[in-house]
Design a protein around this ligand. Sequence first.
Ligand code: FES
Length: 232
Amino acid sequence: MQVDLRIQRYDPEAGGKPHWEAYRVEADPMARVLDLLHTVKAEQDGSLTFRRSCGHAICGSDAMFINGRNRLACKIRVDQLGRKISVAPLPGLPIVKDLVVDMDGFFAKYRSVKPYLVNDTEPPARERRQSVAERARFDDTTRCILCAACTTSCPSFWSQPGYVGPAAIVQAHRFIFDSRDEGAGERLEILADADGVWRCRTIFNCVDACPRGINITRAILEVSGAIVGSSV
Ligand code: FES
């Protein structure tokens, strides 16, 4: 089938502003948007710039604004979108070129919540053991691939760019509720800040945008509940 593809283009070295360009691509209905982008780059315009790595919804590098919603280009198929497809960079982040956005601020927020195991207690001889129930407590948030689809779909983030954002809170949740971790107090203090969890307005855009199906709003509510419970 023929697909009419509109791609937002922007080259800072050429000057001008972001603008739409149209391409017609022959595609199988089961092709993914990432396949279409590769076809355009290989056959029509080699200067088209976008990120991708794994190609299988694991690395999180090709989240884009596709037909009005944040999605992974390597996951969404032509048959799910129809013959007219528009692709733009993730909203709310500075554009570097074409579909590539500057993720530095996003990852700085991620690092700010200490996304690693904090435990200064001398470990047992073999391993820090955890029951099945303890592991299940944070299973949902282990599935985050840091694609930024959630944070950049959040109106609170658009209006308050200082907001730490859903992705960072999801990552904090993954460790706060890990029975082996001792850094929950520090993380809750960070997230009790004015730019922390209280900026969430439970709009649920993040849940709709997450390509991994994580219940992000529930995770945010569990973290804010922990803050209230700990009287941080
Ligand atoms: S290319 Fe890795 S998630 Fe899409």
